[in-house]
Design a protein around this ligand. Structure first.
Ligand SMILES: Nc1ncnc2c1ncn2[C@@H]1O[C@H](COP(=O)(O)OP(=O)(O)OP(=O)(O)O)[C@@H](O)[C@H]1O
Ligand SMILES: [Mg+2]
Length: 408
């Protein structure tokens, strides 16, 4: 890539919708140019529940993003989450009959793995290469030129339910905007928050949002497992609201004052207006217990899923947690205590010209820009091995540029 590209991205979450524009340099440096965030509408547990409300929210956030009139968005990269996202590993094999492996063989073997991954009713989002095998030699990164009888590839496939995928596209259908690529939200976040060392050593990223927790395990630099759990901060808030017989809004405020790992003395309490306007006092110790139970359930579910997938020993680097709920006080030490693994809270920066936004919930939006740059993450077709989204963006941006004669 020899030129800069301006890319638009949108993270459609259960609590917030975040849209941003960034200039991506040929070296992959991401310079955020504009940013807009609004409360989410029409999204529940990461899935689209009301298309009309979501379209309205998309209009609001994109209009805000383009408010100064400098940019006009015609294409966008969007995140998709929810339990419709499934990750699984697949293999493909081709015969090379004692010849050196060629680029064509590599394309063929990925096509074979892809054909094994096509499932009825599923939309492929990503086919991520894990490793090649030539005859019995495993863990090969680049098989080109190696002689062998058989070439195999192991890939990690991330797919979404076709219905969820098309519902996401529908959210933009009323505007003149092409959704250039749909990226699994958890994958985008994982790329934004992990270091190269962590990815090599093995790390598990948890994007703990409002409605969902997205799990991604990366080991030896490749994605080993992805999964989405329908449990996030919203459930903790609802538990507190139920316990305190108060509104979700009040419970949200209280949640942010509670440390789920603290041992509060029994006399420490908070006052909460009840639904019938009768104020009550509750011991912090009891509220923390309510929240902690849900957090423990989350950790248990995560560990159960990882163990079922056979990757529980693949992340000695521990957990990196992101998403808004990573800020829940005491959650990181609680995970550390329950799993005996290190836990780091991600700190993601959106460095705009006028201000620097910092927060773990910006992982997905910044990760979308990384995906736009790294063609590996936007590729699902074997005939796209050389054409990543930036290249395709480049072509469409050139068209747009001609049409508008503007920044694109
Ligand atoms: N300081 C904090 N303490 C506790 N919880 C917090 C804090 N800040 C944000 N949260 C929680 O983070 C959640 C929102 O996180 P985020 O913005 O990542 O969600 P989302 O991306 O919209 O949702 P999802 O990814 O699940 O669809 C809310 O449940 C909110 O209560
Ligand atoms: Mg999210």
């Amino acid at each position: 890539m020899k030129t800069h590209h301006i890319v638009a991205a949108i993270d459609i979450g259960s609590a917030h919708i975040i849209a941003a524009l960034a200039d991506i340099s040929p070296a992959g440096e991401i310079l955020p140019l504009a940013f807009a965030e609004i409360p989410s509408k029409g999204v529940k547990k990461g899935g689209i529940a009301n298309i009309g409300l979501l379209q309205h929210a998309v209009d609001t956030v994109l209009d805000e993003l383009q408010i100064d009139g400098s940019y006009h968005i015609h294409s966008i990269i969007a995140s998709l989450s929810g339990v419709s996202i499934i990750g699984h590993n697949a293999d493909g094999t081709v015969e090379v009959r004692g010849n050196p492996v060629t680029r064509h063989n590599v394309m063929q073997v990925i096509a074979a793995a892809k054909s094994m991954s096509m499932l009825e009713g599923r939309q492929l989002l990503h086919i991520l290469r894990q490793s090649f095998i030539v005859d019995r030699q495993t863990d090969i990164d680049d098989p080109l030129g190696l002689m062998g009888e058989k070439l195999s590839v192991r890939v990690h496939v991330i797919s979404a339910a076709k219905t969820a995928y098309y519902n996401l596209l529908q959210a933009f259908s009323h505007r003149d905007i092409d959704v250039d690529h749909v990226v699994a939200g958890g994958l985008a976040s994982a790329l934004a928050v992990t270091t190269e060392d962590e990815k090599q050593l093995g790390v598990c990223v948890l994007d703990i949002g409002a409605g969902t927790t997205d799990i991604v395990v990366i080991h030896h630099g490749v994605v080993k497992h992805t999964e989405v759990i329908q449990l996030g901060g919203e459930l903790i808030t609802n538990d507190i609201a139920f316990f305190m017989r108060s509104t979700v809004e009040n419970a949200e405020q209280i949640k942010r004052q509670i440390d789920v790992h603290a041992a509060y003395p029994p006399e420490e309490s908070v006052e909460m207006p009840g639904l019938s306007e009768v104020a009550r006092r509750y011991a912090k110790h009891d509220i923390a217990n309510v929240a902690r139970e849900r957090c423990e359930q989350l950790v248990e579910m995560v560990m159960q899923k990882l163990s079922r997938a056979g990757v529980e020993d693949s992340f000695p680097g521990g957990f990196v947690i992101c998403g808004g709920s990573a800020n829940l006080s005491g959650l990181a030490p609680l995970i550390m205590q329950k799993t005996q693994l290190p836990v780091r809270i991600a700190r993601v920066e959106v460095a705009l010209a006028e201000e620097k936004l910092i927060g773990s919930r910006f992982a997905t939006i910044m990760g979308l820009f990384l995906c736009a740059y790294e063609e590996d993450y936007t590729r699902t077709m074997t005939d796209e091995t050389k054409t990543g989204i930036i290249r395709r963006f480049g072509d469409s941006l050139k068209r747009i540029g001609r049409r508008l004669g503007k920044h694109f």
